[in-house]
Design a protein around this ligand. Structure first.
Ligand code: PRP
Ligand code: URA
Length: 209
């Protein structure tokens, strides 16, 4: 089974509260999603491997550390995943970004893939799939299958809010994929929305309805 980590840093939890609030407008919602994404990225990159190098400071030579190991790729699930990209790129500016376009059919709740464009070397990268919401899990599950079909072997999933149903599906289908969450909510309602959740993440980010 994959590991599930709920990132309970106080700043993440505080900002999530305002992201959830129906009184938060588009501009503030966007800013908060950006900030929480950066904070979550800080937490999930804790285990990146380091290697020692020799650096000449103005005073003397020193043994210092730099990142080693696989390069990183971000894969936002369109549309709502886009709101998380810039916050993460502020911490990992050299990451490449692939896109998977999926929408959830409102009747069947099944994901429909309409776009995919990825860095050519995804098989050599540590990929972080990002989407604010993990509800039924259908979208994340499909996106991860798509990436694996194209050669990806090292994938993490990062979402702001998840329902247990979505976590269970991803764990069953992708036991190798660790899941990082800002919050794990109670359940889905009859329309497949996470409750209490935050509503429709894409609509709130982009001001649509
Ligand atoms: C939302 C969300 C996820 C998906 C989660 O996207 O951003 O991608 O639903 O639901 P699931 O776990 O049941 O698949 P939506 O389909 O509303 O598309 P959008 O991002 O274009 O608004
Ligand atoms: N997609 C959303 O944007 N919100 C939910 O609660 C479920 C799926």
């Amino acid at each position: 089974m994959s590991n599930v980590f709920v990132l309970d840093h106080p700043l993440i939890q505080h900002k999530l509260t305002y992201i959830r609030s129906k009184h938060t407008g588009t501009k503030e919602f966007r800013a908060l999603v950006d900030e929480v994404s950066a904070l979550m990225a800080f937490e999930i990159t804790r285990d990146l491997p380091l290697t020692e190098i020799t650096t000449e400071t103005p005073v003397m030579e020193a043994q210092t550390k730099v990142l080693s190991g696989k390069k990183i790729g971000l894969v936002p699930i369109l549309r709502a995943g886009l709101g998380m990209v810039d916050g993460i790129l502020r911490l990992i500016p050299a990451a490449k970004v692939g896109h998977v376009g999926l929408y959830r059919d409102p009747e069947t709740l099944q994901p429909v893939e309409y776009y995919i464009k990825l860095p050519s070397d995804i098989d050599e990268r540590e990929l972080i799939v990002i989407d604010p919401m993990l509800a039924t899990g259908g979208s994340a599950n499909d996106a991860i299958h798509s990436l694996k079909k194209r050669g990806a072997t090292n994938i993490k999933l990062m979402c702001l809010i998840a329902a247990p149903e979505g976590v269970d599906l991803v764990q069953e289908e992708h036991p190798d994929v660790d899941i990082y969450l800002g919050a794990l909510d109670k359940q889905l309602n009859e329309k497949g929305y996470i409750i209490p959740g935050l509503g429709d993440a894409g609509d709130r980010l982009f001001g649509t309805k």
